[in-house]
Ligand binder design. Sequence first.
Ligand code: FPP
Ligand code: MG
Length: 302
Amino acid sequence: MTPLTDTTFDLKTYLRNQKQRVEVALDASIEAGYPETIYEAMRYSLMAGGKRLRPILCLATCELLEGTEVQAMPTACSLEMIHTMSLIHDDLPAMDNDDYRRGKLTNHKVYGEDVAILAGDGLLAYAFEYVATQTQEVAPERILRVIGDLGQAVGAAGLVGGQIVDLASEGNADVTLETLNYIHTHKTGALLKVSVTSGAVLAGADDAQVNVLSQYADRIGLAFQIVDDVLDITATSEELGKSAGKDLAAQKATYPSFWGIDESKRQAQHLVEEAKADVLNCFGNKARSLVALADFIVNRTH
Ligand code: FPP
Ligand code: MG
């Protein structure tokens, strides 16, 4: 019998190598230019580090479906541009009013609120331009589908919808588990989902394969958020590179507030086991990077 997981897969080396490739591609994606301030502010947050999980997921599913890095890298970069812009805006005084992100001062703390808003807008617009103009060796209808999927993940049916319900729920003691699930499947889950599915679409996956990957993404997306909520309580600000303990301070409903810490960890682990089984059943050992990435999500410490 084939073992369920390939224990020879070296996740640490894989993550280091993929992150390095993504960093190089991101660095080349936006050059300094005129007007200097806006390019500097966009690059400040885009190049501030981070796990680069979304690009890595996109590259992993493209590879799984026998696609190439050339096909997926522009979309991988655009996912990170979108993620970065959402964090710039999330940190603004009008939203979460945070001073640190990825261990550095937030964009508005360095450049001011006006520039930070525009840096986010600039990154968002450029993300779409970048997929449309830089994707190579992919049929135009597949590129169009990715652009449409990205738009859906970002807008009111995705990140924006999740964020607005999140903001409206702050300080509300009556938030239900259903609302909490809505917030997270939209605010975090939607972009993680398109990170996973876009790599597959670019590589030429069929609908059945995209559906399996979509389910995998839903599960790791939710597990990711549960772990995020737990870490907000158990990790230090130094470990997280941003202020810890904010959820409690802002009286936010979180998974630990419904289930407690131990049950939250158990639920996240269960989701990850289901996600791994989904992709192993469909793709076998070829899915070992996705299996390892799912484990990474639940075991991460920051
Ligand atoms: C972090 O959540 C924030 C997000 C995952 C996304 C927020 C989305 C927006 C601000 C909408 C952006 C606009 C567009 C057009 C996409 P958190 O505050 O729970 O986590 P944190 O502790 O890392 O700040
Ligand atoms: Mg925030």
